[in-house]
Write a protein that binds this ligand. Structure first.
Ligand code: ZN
Length: 273
């Protein structure tokens, strides 16, 4: 499932394609947005992501809120490109230069923009990790609040704590924070809590800026003197089972927790302070 950084980039792409552009044609083929087909004209004033939801704000005071889950997909094509797809078309916007389409998603809802926060998903999620107002301090307070007695493995996937995190980010955040998933928030020292919050923010921002890559290229430059050699590396531990850790050389392990994969370095992620 796409995580916060992927959804954020997707919203950026829709924003770039549609904001300030004249919408020449539009089509809505999902029951919750059918009424928009009656509009004579559509103007889009903003596109953003909140957690893993994409919000399209229209000039008429309505917002289309979609959550792609596992199967929804936005595509971008030239207007004249003929699409052969078995997917169900849900939403289509055409400008002079681009066709933006949403396929297959089933979780699409129409809300008054002023009532976006009442959307069932948006209502229950915690602060969006990529939102500027979600500072390291805000993350610390959130962790100390409703996540206090829980293990890091569940906290880092729970959208109601910090939204936008997901499976690959979880393994990577734990690695950078030198923590293991079985630890509970309540058992962390103040130093560990700060490190965790810092890496929740930094790893997510890096993933957003680096198209899903969580590695810190500056580290490779400093340590190995040539970051170009690591251009194809995406993660420190995620999906690297049996490969050597870039820091200590020990082999990366994979564990399954509640049917989801967690990757870790047994040496770097010890219980050390
Ligand atoms: Zn290591």
């Amino acid at each position: 499932m796409p995580e916060g950084p992927e959804t954020h980039r997707m919203a950026d792409r829709i924003h770039k394609a549609l904001i300030g552009k004249e919408i020449l044609k539009f089509k809505f083929q999902h029951e919750s947005v059918l009424e928009l087909n009656h509009l004579e004209k559509i103007s889009i004033i903003d596109v953003l992501s909140i957690g893993k939801a994409v919000v399209i704000r229209l000039g008429n005071g309505l917002s289309i809120i979609s959550h792609n889950q596992l199967y929804g997909k936005w595509t971008f094509n030239r207007p004249k490109t003929i699409i052969r797809s078995n997917r169900q078309l849900r939403i289509e916007f055409l400008t002079k230069s681009i066709a933006v389409r949403l396929w297959s998603a089933t979780d699409i809802k129409l809300f008054l923009t002023k009532d976006e926060s009442k959307h069932p998903y948006i209502k229950k999620i915690g602060p969006d990790v990529l939102e500027e107002t979600t500072s390291i301090d805000c993350i610390i307070q959130t962790l100390k609040g409703k996540a206090f007695n829980r293990s890091l493995s569940s906290v880092l996937l729970d959208q109601s704590v910090i939204s936008g995190l997901g499976n690959y980010l979880r393994s990577e955040i734990l690695f950078f924070a030198s923590l293991i998933h079985t630890q509970k928030v309540s058992n962390l020292s103040q130093h560990q809590l700060i490190e965790l919050a810092k890496h929740i923010k930094e790893v997510s921002v890096r993933a957003y800026l680096q198209k899903g890559k969580t590695i810190d290229l500056n580290y490779f430059e400093k340590e190995f003197g040539n970051k170009e050699n690591f251009r194809r590396v995406r993660h420190m531990v995620f999906s690297r089972e049996g490969l050597p850790c870039f820091i200590c050389g020990n082999l990366i392990l994979k564990q399954i927790v509640s049917a989801r994969r967690i990757f870790l370095c047994p040496c770097c992620q010890s219980l050390k302070e």
